[in-house]
Write a new protein. Structure first.
Length: 230
């Protein structure tokens, strides 16, 4: 069984890694930098809620774990790799998911918000250096595969009111991120219908071995990202 851990306060032990002798700014792991809040961790992942207000910056921090970022809302911003000039970051659509192989190529950078609305991203860090060996399968109507590599497979599920996504069997453990919430019902064989009212920006851990159908029982469109770990 997976061991889950909450992160209400990050230990001070995530202090600066080191400041270069030439006066370069000190860096910290991404889990300890400003506006990057670790909110969930287990044997497979650490999930960060990245919410940076307008006209703020994260400070220099280091990424060293393979990561999936799910964008809740974007805004004009710049990225600055340590030792380089700041450059504008191309904006992406809400709900887009991207994978970065930080375990292979660690990065130290700073993120500065230049826009007038917050930047909100849910980052799922993969704690293992190699795949776990889960053989992830396909999903049916309603699910659109948006990302697939040796570490994860990611789908987007959008349901209008009254629509149902047929039952799928989840092979690998993973995470669901809510892009647009509402009210849904999950149907598992042999169990009573379970209703949920997810909100934008929330996420949920999903164990391997689940079989479920999803129906939109609300009055607004539901938009979800679901990833399975390989």
């Amino acid at each position: 069984m997976t061991r889950a851990r909450l992160w209400p306060v990050l230990a001070v032990a995530f202090g600066p890694l080191a400041a270069a002798q030439n006066g370069a700014p000190a860096t910290v792991p991404v889990e300890g930098t400003s506006y990057h809040v670790p909110v969930f961790s287990n044997d497979f992942v650490t999930v960060l809620n990245v919410f940076i207000p307008p006209q703020r910056e994260s400070g220099y921090h280091r990424h060293s774990l393979d990561s999936v970022g799910v964008l809740i809302s974007d805004t004009p911003r710049t990225g600055q790799v340590l030792g380089a000039e700041a450059t504008p970051t191309a904006q992406r659509g809400n709900g887009s998911a991207n994978f970065t192989h930080y375990a292979r190529e660690p990065v130290v950078h700073n993120v500065a918000i230049t826009g007038d609305v917050p930047f909100h991203n849910i980052v799922v860090e993969l704690l293992a250096a190699e795949p776990h060996g889960f053989t992830v399968g396909a999903r049916g109507a309603g699910y659109t595969q948006v990302l697939d590599n040796e570490r994860v497979r990611v789908w987007r599920l959008a349901l209008a009111p009254g629509e149902t996504a047929a039952a799928i069997s989840q092979v690998g453990p993973g995470v669901r991120v809510v892009i647009e919430g509402g009210e849904l019902a999950e149907l598992e064989p042999g169990k009573a219908e379970r209703r949920k009212a997810p909100h934008r920006g929330e996420f949920y851990w999903q164990e391997a071995g689940m079989t479920r159908a999803v129906r939109n029982i609300g009055t607004t469109r539901i938009d979800l990202i679901e990833l399975e770990i390989k």
